[in-house]
Ligand binder design. Structure first.
Ligand SMILES: O=C(O)CCc1c2[nH]c(c1CC(=O)O)Cc1[nH]c(c(CC(=O)O)c1CCC(=O)O)Cc1[nH]c(c(CC(=O)O)c1CCC(=O)O)Cc1[nH]c(c(CCC(=O)O)c1CC(=O)O)C2
Ligand SMILES: C[S@@+](CC[C@H](N)C(=O)[O-])C[C@H]1O[C@@H](n2cnc3c(N)ncnc32)[C@H](O)[C@@H]1O
Length: 462
């Protein structure tokens, strides 16, 4: 047995006495792939977990505790978890207790404020979110809500530094200064709604990168990858100390999405009023299931024109990076993109089965079983190929392939690695050299590193 230890982290490699020397080498390779500070990150999570358990005990709170920890562990970059200190843990713990998410943790030296949104929801457990019925929530005019939220956020936004230049205009080539007359409604501040693409900085548009370089404030979705956040902190590092770049990451956790969204809108508005260049950075394409349209309307209602910069969407590039061509002559001539949840957490409305149609479903992994049952009961064949594409474009991209009849057990066995999407249809296996897999076939797992497809069934079977 060859062991790798990093604090509480232990990784053991066994070759069943067949190749102990090779076990060493494999162990070294695995250890080299570990994120820096993995052991420290585990210790920090352990400390937080203990705190949350002690502060919110009881079997009735297990679901809530687990749901919260899961979201923290699944989304926060491990290297960043490793950097948090005891003070940060206390702050995160406080935010857990009051669900007002007042946590603030450092990100590569950039101060990251997280959602400090008002509580409008009660989260009972991971899979059950109770939202107050609309009739219980008093109707508010947008202005009233804005004022109220401003009050709630007053303290948190005080950290927004004023820009070195009193009145900042857009400095990029895409600035409203260059826009046609009437395009910029207010000259103070400038708002860009930018698609970050799916995770790799190389897959961002040049325009998106240029706009990031001009930003004073970046308001980022939590799905935006660590690689892109690292790129942003590099921008921060080469700036002179006069022009500070501030970044806020939305904490759109279960049941808090609307409140966190509202908070970001208000932060954006505050910064615009101070004449800053604000970049609202969104995963993938900013309009596709990204609330981008709502944000454009919000800022326009407040007199600011939005410039929208496209990003590569996971809906098409995720399948592509898993060697799935969503249309393929003779196999599929149409593709439909769906969300696995609508705003009321209802299942999507699926069309009748058509052999030549590909479905790409986003935001659906947590309820894969329900989606599969829905497809089966709507006449989709049990042997129809389906793929789960996770973390497309990242180092740890993974694709699971199966059929409607076995994909749920495959995922249950291997666990999920969000964010992920599913592709349903015969195109799933067209570019694969192998046939559709059975659940008994452990080789059903294919790990992919971008375009470089590497089958590692053997490693998992060992
Ligand atoms: O509205 C809700 O929050 C409840 C329903 C719900 C949604 N997605 C969901 C859930 C379940 C849950 O969160 O547990 C389910 C949901 N929302 C999200 C995730 C996280 C992930 O994809 O890994 C997940 C879980 C996905 C999974 O099951 O694998 C996060 C999410 N939803 C959404 C966004 C984009 C945004 O808010 O800016 C984001 C990213 C936020 C960020 O990165 O900071 C947007 C969203 N959520 C939703 C919709 C409605 C889709 C439609 O009307 O067809 C839409 C699209 C829209 O508002 O325009 C609904
Ligand atoms: C709220 S939607 C936003 C989609 C985004 N606007 C886009 O165009 O990619 C979030 C969903 O996109 C999908 N997603 C985003 N990034 C992904 C990635 N790198 N790999 C796989 N799926 C991803 C997942 O289905 C996730 O639940």
């Amino acid at each position: 047995m060859s062991m790798h230890r990093d604090g509480p982290l232990q990784i053991a490699v066994s070759t069943n006495s067949k190749a102990p020397r090779l076990a060493n080498r494999i162990r070294r390779k695995i250890a080299a792939a570990m994120p820096i500070g993995a052991g420290k990150a585990i210790e920090n999570i352990g400390e937080l977990r203990e705190k949350i358990k002690a502060g919110n005990p009881g079997i009735q709170n297990v679901g809530r505790r687990m749901g919260w920890m899961k979201e923290f562990c699944d989304y926060w970059p491990i290297e960043e978890i490793a950097k948090i200190g005891s003070d940060d843990i206390d702050r995160i713990f406080t935010s857990y207790l009051d669900q007002k998410s007042a946590g603030s943790v450092p990100l590569n030296g950039v101060k990251v404020e997280e959602g400090q949104a008002e509580e409008r929801y009660q989260v009972d457990n991971e899979s059950q979110v109770e939202t107050k019925p609309a009739s219980d929530v008093p109707e508010e005019k947008p202005e009233d809500q804005t004022t109220k939220d401003k009050e709630v956020l007053e303290e948190s936004t005080s950290s927004l530094s004023s820009s070195s230049v009193g009145q900042v205009y857009c400095r990029s080539r895409f600035s409203p200064k260059n826009a046609t007359a009437g395009e910029s409604a207010k000259v103070s501040g400038c708002l860009y709604l930018v698609g970050a693409g799916i995770g790799k900085p190389e897959l961002m548009t040049i325009q998106a990168k240029e706009v990031l370089e001009t930003a004073d404030v970046i308001l980022s979705d939590k799905l935006v990858s660590k690689e892109i956040l690292d790129m942003i902190s590099d921008i921060q590092k080469v700036r002179n100390s006069e022009k500070k770049l501030e970044i806020f990451i939305a904490r759109k956790f279960t049941g808090m999405a609307d409140a966190a969204q509202n908070e970001l809108n208000i932060k954006g508005l505050e910064a615009l009023e101070q004449g800053k260049v604000v970049v609202r950075l969104k995963q993938g394409d900013p309009f596709l299931y990204g609330r981008g349209g709502e944000e454009v309307l919000f800022y326009e209602e407040h007199g600011y024109k939005c410039r929208v910069i496209p990003g590569i969407s996971s809906a098409l590039s995720g399948p592509l990076l898993s060697r799935i061509s969503v249309t393929h002559r003779g196999v599929a001539d149409q593709v439909l993109i769906l969300s696995g949840n609508d705003r009321n957490r209802s299942l999507p409305k699926v069309p009748e089965y058509l052999q030549s149609r590909t479905l790409v479903i986003l935001m659906c992994i947590k309820r894969l079983n329900d989606i599969v049952q829905l497809l089966l009961s709507s006449g989709y064949p049990a042997e129809l190929p389906i793929a789960i594409v996770e973390r497309a474009g990242s180092e740890d991209q993974r694709t699971l392939r199966g059929t409607l009849s076995n994909i749920v057990s495959i995922l249950e066995r291997l666990g999920s690695n969000p964010p992920g999407l599913i592709v349903v249809g015969h195109v799933v296996n067209v570019l694969q050299s192998t046939k559709p897999f059975e659940i008994s076939d452990i080789n059903s797992i294919v790990r992919e590193n971008s375009q470089n497809v590497e089958e590692c069934g053997e490693m998992i079977a060992a």
